[in-house]
Each structure stands twice: as structure tokens, then as C-alpha cells.
Design a protein around this ligand. Structure first.
Ligand code: SF4
Length: 376
């Protein structure tokens, strides 16, 4: 019999102090009464899934508080949510508990409270280390806030610190991006995520682009920036292990690895997505509707798809290809309909094989979304 799949929790905290111009995540500007409404509904959601026994006796390998900005909630409220989760479900001895934080809105004392409560990984949205980059994307705060927040995290005892960066920002050049990477490395993060700026429909940034107030990201420049990031970060000992993610040895994000290694994850909070026991389901992206459904003891879902075994194998392949090491060949069953398409992608130079794995080539990583579509 197969071993049960690893499982983790994703907790979507749908609040920020304000909305950045480029951001399309589901969130609201933080207000006390809405945070309280969220907390009430969230506890009902924990109770609902506890009654359903969806996790069984599998210890949680990771808990990930994302958003939004989890630290838009008072630190004591976050620690209370964590306590409820740990009372509801067993956690692995070495469970990784991540909290995302905005460097400009989290205090050293909040960071200390989170560390004392058991959060052991913190992820800051640095975005850039050049303040000129902040204005066009509406990212509040100052670069110095990131430096102060990282220092505070280290003082509080966090040894696993991620910094998020974005590249291809309006006005950003290859050399200013390289300087951002070098400044970031001085902060000695254990993990770095680099995301190319994209224009998301419905954002203020998309409207700015439509009015020619800012230019669209230059894709050729973004490719050069991606390559510069790989060179600089790998030289500094942060191995690229996924298209957008780099880590010191032993610090790859356990939560994200669940996505890419065919693990299970239960998403809690409005708009959170789940994949458990071969079923994909997604919560309604509306806090009011989320609260109303849970108050009626109903699951707060707007999507629910049960995957066949073949579809589960397809998804394991598509997500696993995001990893630099690729997907073990032994995971590809001989009757998967994707074999012909893999052969075509191979001929196009987008994937490659060795004895153990199939993986994306450098070209394939650039067109990873297209490869994924081909395999669906
Ligand atoms: S802080 Fe993060 S989640 Fe909040 S609006 Fe900005 S990008 Fe979006």
C-alpha cells in the first residue's frame, strides 16, 4: 500500500494595510471589524474540517500563513490562530511554520511574539532594494525597513528567512537589478524568491499601463534579469531549486515543495485553494460569503473537482516540472496520454531526459506556462 501523502496547511489572511498597484490577490484593506469577522469564520472552518476528518492522523508537515499580509493582524491574533490549528491537528516534530510579513508594517516586538509562539520561518516582501522601484508599483515603505525587519527577525531567533523580489519593474535596468541582488545578499537570507512583474487584469498597474503612464515589462530584459539572478544567487550559495526559488542547502520551502512534489495541502481562508486526496477545491473569494457559508455549517467552496488517477498523474507531472531536478521517470506511468506530447516538447528543445528524471531545459523554463498548457 502507498504511504499516505505529506500534507500541509495554507492559511490565507485576506488583509493588507493598503493595496499595491500591481497586486491581484484577494484581500481587503485591514479594518478591525472585518478582521474579527474573518477570525470568527476561520475558527468555524477549522471546526468544519476537523469534523470531516479530512486530514486524518497525518501530522502537518508545514503551515503557511500567506495573504494578503498576515501581519496586518495583531501578532497576538495570529498566534491565537496558530494555537487553534495546533489544537485541532497534530503537527510533525519538525513542522515548518511560515509567516509572510511586510517589512514596513511589522514591528520588532510583533516579530518577537511570532517567534515565541512557534513560527520558525519568516518571509518578507522586499520586492526591491532600490527605493526608486517602489513608486511605480505602489509598494509602500522604504528599503531600510527591510534591513531593520531582517535584523529584528534574526534577533528574535528566526534562522530561516525568505526575501521576495520582483524584477522587470518600470525603469529598472539590468545593472540596478544586479545591485538589488547584491544588496539583498548582504542581508544573508536563507531563501530568495524572484518573480517577474506581470500585468494582472483589474489592477491599478494594468490601468496605468493602458493609459501609457508606465511601460509594460520588457520580456527580453526579464530573461536577462532571470539569468543574472541565477548567477549571483547561486554564486552566493543559494541553489535554484524551482523556477522562481533559491535556497541555501536544507532551506527549500517545505510548503511550496508540497505543491511541486504531489503533496496534499488544505487551504483555509477566503480564496484559499486545496488539493487533498485527489480532489481540488477552492474557497469563495469573498469574506462576507465565506463567513455566511460557514455560519450555516456549509463548506465555503466555489470550486470542487475530483480528479481521476490519470488527471492526478498529469498534475504531478505539470507541477513537478517546475523543479530544477524535474520529475522522476518512475513516476510517469507507461499509459499516460502525455507521452506523445513530451516527445514533441523534447523535439522542440523544451524538455530533456536523463536516466532518472525528465525536466525543463533553460528554454523550457522560459516557456513553462506554455509547456504546462501543452501537457493539459
Ligand atoms: S503587500 Fe503583498 S499582498 Fe498586500 S497588496 Fe502588496 S503585494 Fe498584495
Amino acid at each position: 500500500m502507498d504511504a499516505p501523502r505529506d500534507i500541509g496547511l495554507y492559511i490565507h489572511i485576506p488583509f493588507c494595510k493598503e493595496r499595491c498597484r500591481f497586486c491581484a490577490f484577494y484581500l481587503e484593506v485591514a479594518r478591525t471589524e472585518r478582521i474579527d469577522a474573518f477570525q470568527r469564520a476561520f475558527l468555524q472552518e477549522i471546526n468544519y474540517y476537523q469534523r470531516q476528518g479530512i486530514i486524518g492522523n497525518r501530522p502537518l508537515r508545514s503551515l503557511y500563513f500567506g495573504g494578503g499580509t498576515p501581519t496586518a493582524l495583531p501578532a497576538t491574533q495570529l498566534t491565537s490562530l496558530l494555537q487553534h490549528i495546533r489544537t485541532a491537528w497534530p503537527t510533525d516534530e519538525s513542522v515548518e511554520i511560515t509567516v509572510e510579513a511586510h517589512p514596513s508594517t511589522v514591528s520588532a516586538s510583533d516579530i518577537g511574539i511570532l517567534a515565541d509562539a512557534g513560527f520558525n520561518r519568516i518571509s518578507f516582501g522586499a520586492e526591491s532594494m532600490d527605493e526608486k522601484d517602489f513608486g511605480p508599483i505602489g509598494r509602500p515603505g522604504r528599503v531600510a525597513d527591510t534591513e531593520v525587519a531582517v535584523e529584528a527577525a534574526r534577533t528574535a531567533g528566526f534562522t530561516n528567512i525568505n526575501l521576495d523580489l520582483m524584477y522587470g519593474l518600470p525603469g529598472q535596468s539590468l545593472s540596478s537589478w544586479q545591485e538589488t541582488l547584491q544588496s539583498l545578499l548582504l542581508l544573508a537570507p536563507t531563501h530568495v524568491s524572484c518573480y517577474a512583474l506581470t500585468v494582472e487584469e483589474g489592477t491599478k498597474f494594468a490601468r496605468d499601463v493602458a493609459r501609457n503612464l508606465v511601460s509594460t515589462p520588457d520580456e527580453t530584459l526579464q530573461v536577462e534579469m532571470e539569468s543574472a539572478a541565477e548567477t549571483l544567487l547561486q554564486t552566493a550559495g543559494l541553489a535554484r531549486y524551482e523556477i522562481s526559488n533559491y535556497a541555501k542547502p536544507g532551506f527549500a520551502s517545505r510548503h511550496n515543495l508540497l505543491y511541486w512534489t504531489d503533496g496534499d495541502y488544505l487551504g483555509l481562508g477566503p480564496s484559499a485553494q486545496s488539493y487533498v486526496n485527489g480532489v481540488r477545491f477552492g474557497n469563495v473569494a469573498d469574506l462576507t460569503a465565506y463567513g455566511s457559508l460557514l455560519a450555516e455549517h456549509r463548506p465555503p467552496l466555489e470550486e470542487y473537482t475530483s480528479l481521476s488517477l490519470t488527471e492526478q498523474q498529469r498534475d504531478a507531472l505539470v507541477f513537478g516540472l517546475r523543479l530544477m531536478k524535474g520529475v522522476p521517470r518512475r513516476r510517469l506511468s507507461p499509459d499516460m496520454p502525455q507521452h506523445q506530447r513530451l516527445a514533441a516538447l523534447d523535439r522542440q528543445g523544451l524538455i530533456e531526459w536523463d536516466e532518472e528524471h525528465v525536466r525543463l531545459t533553460t528554454l523550457g523554463r522560459r516557456y513553462a506556462d506554455m509547456v504546462a498548457q501543452e501537457l493539459y
